[in-house]
Write a protein that binds this ligand. Structure first.
Ligand SMILES: [Cu+2]
Length: 123
C-alpha cells in the first residue's frame, strides 16, 4: 500500500473503533424504581433499574442495605429487559440503600447507590 492508503486505513480503523465504543458504552443508570431519595410503599415490591446499554445479568448485582439487617444480595428477576436489572423484595418501613453493580457488554463495571425510604402503609 502507498503511504497515503496506510494513513487512510489507520483513520478508518480509528473511526470504526470509536463508533463501536459508543455503541457498547458502559452502563449508566437512566431510570429506576425507586428513584434516588424516593419513597416506596411497604410490602412486596419490584425494584427496577434501567440502563443505557445491555447488561450482563449474571455478572451484575443488586444489593439491598436495610435499616437493621446486613446487606442482602437480591435475587434478580429472570424476565428483566436486556438493559435492566429487576428484583422482587418484601420491604418493611425504614431507610434503605440499593447498591447496584452493572457489567455492560463492553466489559466495564459501573456501580452506584440509590438511597430511598419505605413508608408505612395507610391505616
Ligand atoms: Cu465502558
Amino acid at each position: 500500500m502507498t503511504l497515503r492508503l496506510v494513513r487512510l486505513a489507520a483513520l478508518v480503523a480509528m473511526l470504526v473503533s470509536g463508533l463501536s465504543l459508543q455503541a457498547a458504552a458502559h452502563a449508566i443508570l437512566i431510570d429506576s424504581t425507586p428513584k434516588p431519595d424516593g419513597t416506596m410503599p411497604a410490602g412486596h415490591q419490584t425494584l427496577s433499574f434501567h440502563y443505557n446499554s445491555r447488561i450482563d445479568h449474571k455478572r451484575s448485582r443488586l444489593t439491598l442495605v436495610g435499616p437493621s439487617a446486613k446487606p442482602m444480595v437480591l435475587r434478580q428477576s429472570t424476565h428483566a429487559e436486556a438493559n435492566a436489572l429487576d428484583a422482587e423484595v418484601d420491604l418493611a418501613p425504614g431507610h434503605y440503600t440499593l447498591r447496584w453493580q452493572a457489567l455492560a457488554l463492553d466489559g466495564h463495571i459501573t456501580r452506584g447507590d440509590v438511597p430511598f425510604s419505605v413508608a408505612a402503609g395507610a391505616h
